[in-house]
Design a protein around this ligand. Structure first.
Ligand code: ZN
Length: 161
């Protein structure tokens, strides 16, 4: 992003947040040439970032991949398309609000899991199973019991209150 004061091509992002309507992102930048600060507005569709895959290769972020993964996990569950859209938007907000331009697929997976955990436990487990690529069924069941134990405990706490 070219500095509007000195024309220097290089600036660093010092703050990054969504506008109220969620459609664009406001970035506070500092010119590395003259040190002056300025604000840019970028529409979300044009903010590029790369996803770092497990094997270290990069590819551009693909919303439909994230969404399809969630749809698959929510199959035959009482989850509406609107709820899935909300999840995808929440995830994208977190991604865009971080100042990173490269984000690991693991981080995206974690964000999806956090959202699904709130929404539907079965979808959460399904997604976790695929995403974590459990080495064997023992590991999978270990994870599942962890999930359910946590669930039971929070249920007990609720009863107490
Ligand atoms: Zn400058």
């Amino acid at each position: 992003m070219r500095c509007m004061f000195c024309g220097c091509e290089d600036s660093k992002v010092i703050d990054s947040r969504h506008t109220e309507d969620g459609k664009s992102i406001r970035r506070r930048r500092e010119c590395t040439g003259c040190g002056r600060r300025f604000t840019t507005f970028e529409t979300i569709e044009t903010v590029p970032f790369l996803v770092i895959k497990r094997d270290g290769t990069r590819q551009s972020y693909d919303k439909s991949k994230v969404k399809n993964g969630i749809i698959r996990a929510c199959e035959k569950r009482p989850v509406s398309m609107a709820q899935i859209d909300v999840i995808v938007n929440n995830i994208e907000k977190s991604l865009y609000n971080s100042l990173e331009q490269e984000i690991s697929s693991q981080k995206i997976g974690d964000l999806v899991m956090n959202e699904l955990k709130e929404l539907d436990e079965v979808a959460y487990i399904r997604f976790a199973a695929v995403y974590r690529q459990f080495k064997d069924s023992a590991t999978f069941f270990e994870e599942m019991s962890k999930i359910f134990n946590t669930g039971n405990q929070s249920g007990k706490d609720k009863d107490k209150n």
